[in-house]
Design a protein around this ligand. Structure first.
Ligand code: CUO
Length: 691
């Protein structure tokens, strides 16, 4: 069993290399038979494979497949094409492959391994990687197979293409014994500060942020032949909430950089003033990702190769229908009946997922918006161009337009939350009788009180597993990212009632808007970002709650975002892999705290201790909460979302009584002024492997 798990891990290695050659750092060789040759190695594959056998440290046998998958659709995607789940044709291919990989009976791991090798041999590497990852996540018998860090498997989606020539050279010379020198990726490689939007590049192009987004969509696919893959507890609501929080975070960062909140892309006739030049190359297509010039327009799409034949007017029609559902509070189902609209249904309708009440009527507004944005340069496939970064979940957050589009999408959800169909919270839904917070403070590891300190860190990521056709051995790219000094929250509480549990909810938001005026709560509520949420016991009487910033329920530790799997076998702090695969979609810890400003940006820290009787969910077996690290955005595998309240509570909807945050505060809540201060220094990550 352990051996099969190790063999399965190797299928992530060097995704563009053929299966006839060795895999992994230890030179393991899959023993291919005729069944596993694929088109390119029909003639000499066995011979090449045998030749490698002389130096291989391990030979991995494969079974003869009794049922050979046909992959009728999936084989149509050329090996050197880009793959995107947003494209209907590609999604159907993925559905076919995922279905095939899931249909191998559980606990027949050798069969599963062989089927996967067959798929890898015959399919586009990106398509394979996606389907394989989804299958690993959704089978019970592959829980212990870690999903390889995508930035290591496909590094070209995450960093400047110039890195790769240097990386190949570094791999070649280090194989001759030269010391390994990391390749430095400058912080500003896609634009200059002449472009205002470039001030946000540290956020948009952060490797961890993009990994988070890629991983979230892997955990929450919107389509599959087996409904259970999509139909997870509150997945439509989570689609809304996770992306709402991204927009809130981005808007906060914009204010820190003297830019106004992002303007939603609402008028689809309008040119898009924000250009984006990604400077990424694809190692699959050997081509650069298409850039977008300033002032380009959405255009009708007719690209049969992608299964796309949609007009901007189609989008308008779907939008009208969605807006009508929001204003009436009802969704029209395909069978002619209606259903009351709730946020979860709306999420599935807008994205859209296969759980949409009526895909015909409501279309796939969000997904197709990504496609419109991604194909402005070649809407009719006249130039044989592939899509821009907007259509790949691993790269889309790099583009300023992502935020304009998701601001539009979020506005649909907010309109629903502001409508008469969503009732403002009553006092009894907000209060927690007998629980009174007397003080809240944050204590930074620097000794500061109520000041959070941010700074820059240089960290290494190992490229070697994605550096196809080059020498073995680690090759490090060193990139600069935002970081913060660790801190803790200290909350003093008086409980005049009996001992009980409570949920601690911690949010922050900028204290002033872009004109430096205090917020109306109706606006500020959309700016609050969740920092942490946890359940604790309260004793009767005085309590002091201390919580470390590193324990946050929204984020995953740095080591998990950038983990080096080859090191993990011996690491005593090795994370639970089941947790990783699912909770790897958490927000990266190093981006937990907004950048702030050098003089110090003023923020409201909001803490609430809510009534646990109204929070708790009945999860079967409460014993092992996997994913305790990142349940706020990831949920829990095979369980109910661990909080009964609406996601974003208590800020998910307007208040009908409070005009500003201070009006909103009840005894079980507290608002504290804090400052976020950027120390504009860059420090090496002490955990860097290379020097
Ligand atoms: Cu995550 Cu638009 O959904 O990107």
């Amino acid at each position: 069993m352990a051996n099969v798990v190790n063999s399965l891990k190797l299928l992530f290695d060097r995704p563009n290399e053929p299966m006839v050659s060795p895999k992994g750092d230890n030179n393991a060789l899959f023993q291919v038979t005729e069944q596993y040759l694929g088109e390119d190695y029909q003639n000499n594959g066995i011979e090449i494979n045998n030749r490698y056998g002389d130096t291989a440290t391990e030979i991995i046998p494969l079974k003869d497949l009794q049922q050979v998958p046909r992959f009728t659709l999936a084989r149509q995607l050329p090996r050197d094409a880009e793959f995107s789940t947003f494209l209907p044709a590609h999604q159907e291919m993925a559905d076919e492959v995922i279905d095939e990989l899931l249909s191998v009976p559980e606990n027949q791991l050798q069969d599963f391994l062989s089927t996967c090798v067959f798929a890898r041999v015959n399919l586009n590497p990106q398509l394979f990687n996606y389907c394989y990852s989804v299958a690993l996540l959704h089978r019970n018998d592959t829980k212990n197979v870690p999903i390889q860090n995508f930035a290591e498997t496909f590094p070209s989606k995450f960093m400047d293409s110039r890195v790769f020539a240097q990386a190949r050279e570094a791999a070649a010379v280090s194989s001759q014994g030269a010391p390994r020198i990391p390749i430095i990726i400058p912080r500003d490689f896609t634009a200059t500060d002449l472009d205002n939007e470039h001030r946000l590049a540290y956020f948009r192009e952060d490797i961890g942020v993009n990994l988070h987004h890629w991983h979230w969509h892997l955990v929450y696919p919107f389509s599959a032949r087996q409904r259970r893959i999509v139909d997870k507890d509150r997945r439509g609501e989570l689609f809304y909430y996770m992306h709402q929080q991204i927009i809130a975070r981005y808007n906060g960062e914009r204010l820190n950089n003297s830019l106004p909140r992002v303007k939603k892309f609402s008028n689809w006739n309008e040119p898009i003033p924000e250009p984006y030049f990604p400077k990424l190359d694809s190692l699959t297509t050997s081509r650069g990702w298409p850039p977008r010039q300033a002032n380009m327009f959405w255009q009708d799409l007719n690209r049969p190769v992608d299964g796309l034949n949609i007009t901007v007017n189609d989008m308008r029609r779907w939008r009208r229908n969605v807006e009508e559902a929001i204003s009436t509070g009802f969704a029209q189902k395909a069978d002619g009946t209606t259903q009351t609209l709730d946020i979860d249904t709306l999420g599935n309708m807008v994205e859209s997922s296969i759980l949409s009440p009526n895909p015909q009527l409501y279309g796939a507004l969000h997904n197709n918006g990504h496609s419109f944005a991604a194909y402005m340069h070649d809407p009719k496939h006249e130039y044989l161009e592939s899509f821009s970064v907007m259509a790949d979940e691993a790269t889309t957050m790099r583009d300023p337009f992502f935020y304009r589009w998701h601001a539009f999408i979020d506005d649909l959800f907010q309109t629903f939350k502001e409508s008469t169909h969503v009732r403002p919270y009553t006092r009894s839904e907000l209060e927690n009788p007998g629980v009174q917070i007397s003080s809240v403070r944050v204590e930074s590891s620097t000794g500061d009180q109520n000041i959070l300190n941010t700074f820059w860190t240089q960290s290494d990521v190992d490229l070697s597993r994605g550096l196809d056709f080059s020498n073995r051995g680690p090759v490090f790219a060193r990139f600069t990212h935002l970081n913060h000094r660790p801190f803790q929250y200290v909350i003093d509480v008086n409980n005049t009632g009996d001992a009980r549990r409570t949920t601690v909810r911690i949010f922050i938001a900028p204290k002033f808007d872009e004109r430096n005026l205090p917020w109306a709560l109706s606006d500020q509520r959309k700016m609050f970002i969740e920092m942490d949420k946890f359940v604790i016991p309260l004793n009767a009487g005085q309590n002091t709650i201390v919580r470390q910033s590193s324990e946050s329920s929204v984020s995953i530790p740095f080591e998990q975002t950038f983990r080096d799997l080859s090191q993990q076998g011996t690491d005593p702090r090795q994370i639970d892999l089941v947790s990783f695969n699912y909770c790897g979609c958490g927000w990266p810890q190093h981006m937990l705290v907004p950048k702030g400003t050098e003089p110090g940006a003023q923020y409201d820290l909001f803490v609430m201790l809510s009534n646990y009787d109204l929070d708790s969910v009945n999860n079967p077996d409460g014993s092992t909460l996997t994913c305790k690290e990142a349940s706020s955005y990831c949920g829990l595998k095979d369980k109910l979302y661990p909080d009964r309240r609406s996601m974003g509570y208590p800020f998910d909807r307007p208040s009908n009584t409070a005009a500003n945050i201070d009006d909103f505060i009840l005894p079980n809540m507290f608002r504290q002024d804090i400052t976020i201060r950027l120390q504009n220094v860059t420090e090496p990550n002490p955990k860097n492997a290379a020097n």
